[in-house]
Design a protein around this ligand. Structure first.
Ligand SMILES: *Cc1c(COP(=O)(O)O)cnc(C)c1O
Length: 367
């Protein structure tokens, strides 16, 4: 990588002549849903071995032109991130732990043989996009602007080797409250026929390929009447890994909180890490260790596990109320989120939205 071109970050700006009028934008922000609407601009930069990261630019949001032989379309050399921008009551815009997303993108890049993006480029790209599209950060309730950084092999070449031309981009999409009619527990299908990731594979990298592998089991789970799928370790088919895009937690009757330890094929969620910290702050014993599927089933049945929840940036914390598998089903709780789940969820959301003390220095002001 050429250090000369990759230090010092500055992006050129090209105004979108067809940017949405404020009134139209505000109408979208009143009820944005998730992942449907996109802001007026996008960030783009390119990498080559000779020039390193270069040509940082904020340009009108729109289709990208790729040669049909672009490596990403054939060999899926692609990684991504997900984080949110929040407007606090004072009007200022904040990011939640963006340095962690930058570091994870670097780890994912190493695993997918992509060039690492320096942290100042990662945060610089987001800030440059927000400078253009800051008006798209909604205020109030649980609303936010979801940011989707992604990197892909844009080189035109069908040979199998790491691409010599790579593109990094950031797009942004306003997001409403994930749960509209209150936070309701979801049901989970236990996938035993398929794995999300295997030992030595790409499970710990945030790459599109992992999601592609999870779609068929997800479809199977939906056909079984469930909302999400849980995957077990691929070697022993015994230990709980995670959902297709969320990490799992178990609340025990003694107040302790357990989450599967990072196995090498579990994605290291930033929400997961933050929940571990907040749970300790709230006085819970917090344990990262292997959790078998039998421990989940037996624990719910005998009452030693009282609550289960999933977590990730998009939905923050999602209570789980049902586990279904080939041959059985268990439901627990009273149909609402449990107390510990609700308290952890509220504590995290309050920090993110500036309604609670940011005691761990997680929030980064954008302007
Ligand atoms: C992104 C992701 C998560 C959650 O990570 P956060 O940083 O909390 O958003 C969990 N599992 C998988 C597979 C993911 O891709």
């Amino acid at each position: 990588m050429n250090a000369m071109t990759t230090t010092g970050f500055a992006a050129r700006f090209e105004q979108n002549p067809a940017a949405r009028p404020d009134a139209e934008r505000d109408e979208i922000l009143a009820d944005p849903g998730f992942g449907t609407y996109f802001t007026d601009h996008m960030f783009v930069a390119d990498w080559t071995p000779a020039d390193g990261w270069h040509d940082a630019r904020v340009v009108p949001y729109g289709p990208i032109t790729l040669d049909p032989s672009a490596a990403v379309l054939h060999y899926a050399q692609e990684i991504f991130e997900g984080l949110k921008a929040y407007r606090h009551d004072d009007g200022a815009v904040y990011l939640f732990r963006p340095d962690q997303n930058a570091a994870r993108l670097q780890r994912s890049a190493r695993r997918l043989a992509l060039p690492e993006l320096p942290t100042e480029w990662f945060t610089g790209a987001i800030k440059a996009l927000l400078q253009a599209d800051g008006g798209w950060v909604p205020s109030g309730g649980e609303k936010s602007l979801y940011l989707r950084p992604f990197m892909y092999a844009s080189e035109s070449f069908l040979g199998v080797r790491p691409a010599q031309r790579v593109t990094f981009s950031v797009i942004a999409s306003p997001a409403g409250a994930y749960f509209k009619g209150g936070v309701k527990p979801v049901s989970i299908w236990l996938s035993t026929q398929y794995s999300r990731a295997g030992a030595g594979g790409t499970g710990a990298a945030k790459c599109g390929g992992n999601y592609a592998a999870s779609l068929l089991p997800q479809q199977e789970g939906i056909a079984q009447g469930c909302d999400q799928v849980v995957f077990l370790d691929s070697t022993e088919q015994t230990y709980i890994e995670e959902l297709g895009g969320m990490n799992l937690f178990f609340v025990r009757a003694d107040g302790s909180i357990v989450t599967p330890e990072l196995s090498g094929s579990i994605l290291e969620g930033i929400t997961r890490d933050s929940i571990l910290t907040i749970a300790r702050d709230l006085g819970h014993d917090v344990v990262e260790r292997r959790v078998s599927i039998d421990e989940w089933r037996d624990g719910v049945a005998d009452g030693s596990i009282t609550e289960v929840f999933a977590c990730g940036t998009a939905a923050v914390v999602t209570p789980v109320g049902t586990l279904k598998w080939d041959g059985g089903e268990l439901t627990w709780g009273d149909g609402d989120a449990g107390k510990v789940t609700s308290d952890l969820r509220a504590a995290l959301i309050d920090v993110q939205h500036g309604r609670a003390d940011d005691r761990h220095g997680w929030m980064t002001a954008v302007n």
